[in-house]
Design a protein around this ligand. Structure first.
Ligand SMILES: N[C@@H](CCC(=O)N[C@@H](CS)C(=O)NCC(=O)O)C(=O)O
Length: 207
């Protein structure tokens, strides 16, 4: 299997972390977002959306990171089989895509990407709106975690999907400390070798 990705991007990071967690061998091919490599015709043939990551497995070209982690982790303990547990995992995957991702992406773009790519000063208004939304989302997650160690009880692909975006949020200055259960869950995720490796990959790309 081959993954076209950019290690510093959260949607790539979640796939790397799941692959490392499960020991799945993947050949990583770097596509540099900052150099416009997602917009060239040869890449658009793989993903017409011009976005990373993209998984290639034989004649399968799969884009959308949450579909990719579901695919590579199928049959493992990270993807529950009961309808109820699977629905709980799916709920958090959709929540990440619809709500958490946009909030962390806005602050990450304004504070990190603009600086790295010379796109001007951060838009403080956009940051303020996204930061407020992030706080509300953390409150939802904090309540939902209750006394669970992981989002759906047992460790699942959803934990990796969210942790990848929380790590972008952290790098951009979004603080989870006011939300004790989120904070504890996030630290639990960061202590895993798989997450550590995926974050080290990001550092290498950015250094
Ligand atoms: N919903 C997509 C989002 C993919 C996405 O936006 N990827 C970013 C990197 S994290 C990207 O490739 N951006 C390229 C661009 O905006 O030009 C997924 O989860 O895979």
């Amino acid at each position: 299997m081959k993954l076209y990705d950019f290690a510093a991007s959260p949607n790539s990071r979640k796939v790397r972390a799941v692959a490392y967690e499960l020991g799945i061998p993947i050949d990583f091919t770097s596509v540099n977002l900052f150099k416009g490599e997602t917009r060239v015709p040869s890449f658009l043939e793989k993903n017409p959306n011009g976005r990373l990551p993209v998984l290639e497995d034989g004649d399968l070209l799969l884009w959308e990171s949450n579909a990719i982690i579901g695919y590579i982790a199928a049959g493992s303990a990270l993807v529950p089989t009961s309808a109820r547990a699977r629905a709980d995992v799916d709920r958090w995957l959709y929540w990440q895509l619809a709500h958490l991702g946009p909030a962390t992406r806005t602050v990450g773009f304004e504070r990190i990407v603009k600086k790295l790519t010379g796109q001007g000063a951060p838009d403080e208004g956009a940051i303020a709106i996204a930061t407020e939304e992030f706080g509300k989302l953390c409150s939802v997650l904090d309540r939902s975690l209750g006394d669970k160690s992981f989002l759906a009880g047992d460790l699942s692909i959803a934990d990796f999907a969210l942790a990848a975006h929380f790590s972008t949020g952290e790098a951009a200055g979004l603080d989870v400390a006011p939300h004790p259960r989120v904070h504890a869950w996030y630290k639990r995720m960061l202590s895993r070798d798989s997450m550590k490796r995926a974050l080290e990959d990001a550092q290498k790309v950015l250094s």
